[in-house]
Design a protein around this ligand. Sequence first.
Ligand code: NAI
Ligand code: MN
Ligand code: ZN
Length: 337
Amino acid sequence: MKSVTIQQPEKLVIEERSAPQPLPGEVRIRVTCAGICGSDVHIYRGHNPFAKYPRVIGHEFFGLIDAVGEGVEKSRIGERVVGDPVVSCGHCYPCAVGRPNVCAELQVIGVHRDGGFSEYVTLPAKNAHVVPDSIPDNEATMVEPFTIAANICSQMKPGPLDTVLIYGAGPMGLTSIQVLRGVYGVKEIIVADRIDERLSMAKANGADRVINNANSDLKTELDALGIRPTLIIDAACHPSILPEAISLASPAARIGIMGFSSEACVISQQAITSKELTIFSSRLNSNRFPLVISWMTERKIQPEKLITHQFPYTQVLDAMELFEKDQKQCCKVLLKF
Ligand code: NAI
Ligand code: MN
Ligand code: ZN
């Protein structure tokens, strides 16, 4: 089989490998479509602290089950499935309390073990989620990015009284907008980004108001509009954002972060406690695939709006470069196998 492998930082090759055999309890997927994510680029560039090389990247993938390991029903062969990249042990404390996404022995497919930018990938049978025929292949490939938004929203419990501020209108910000609008029905969604084209995408995905904060102070802009966000999601993840979010939040607001920067930022107890703010963090997803698939079935979210480009996997280098360099035009780039 052909696999997109990062042999070492900055060295991406399409390799001939032997197709993996599913272990007991696993299935094998014949991948037909996969999505490029920022973290794939980070592994390629050597900026992901969790990655080990060589690595087949890709954690957003869709295909058909073509083989099953011992103990898995043969009837699963032929199922159309998306893969949940979160592989967990099932018995540690986080697993026991329903948070396998931070399992003590977490293995993320495409990061800690070989991923879905490959003609075949193996994974635990329970990680392969059946997709109804009403959801086309490309949209099914978008389930994983929406699980990130589903996960942070499940924690933050948005509601009709919420005025939401989202930092960043990349794939993470845009999926969050769609979920907040289509599933949770919040009162108002304001989005801040540095790039006008991305703010246009935010509007097309359901934002009520957009603010370009490249050359302006967001707090001043919001104060002038009389807006105090009650729910803030940082989907841009610069370390300067959390202190700003704390300062512009309404009393009793919730703030959600999902960044991985190791850079420090300065926040004070007073700024948080005086308004009794709640700060959530969210990593990957804890069993949110069935939920997102149901949202797609019910058309509460429109994954097709995020797909801007498709390439055959043989052009993966062009695809990765476009994704990395052209934030104005690109949102989700898919690879076809
Ligand atoms: P992206 O890079 O495509 O989008 C980020 C957007 O934020 C860009 O449009 C950029 O212009 C904007 N931005 C940067 N600084 C800003 C600021 N100060 N104010 C307003 N906007 C600003 O990235 P993507 O794929 O949407 O992911 C966003 C972040 O989420 C990344 O840092 C990524 O590491 C993180 N992430 C976290 C996950 C988790 O499970 N916790 C999962 C996936 C991504
Ligand atoms: Mn992703
Ligand atoms: Zn565990």
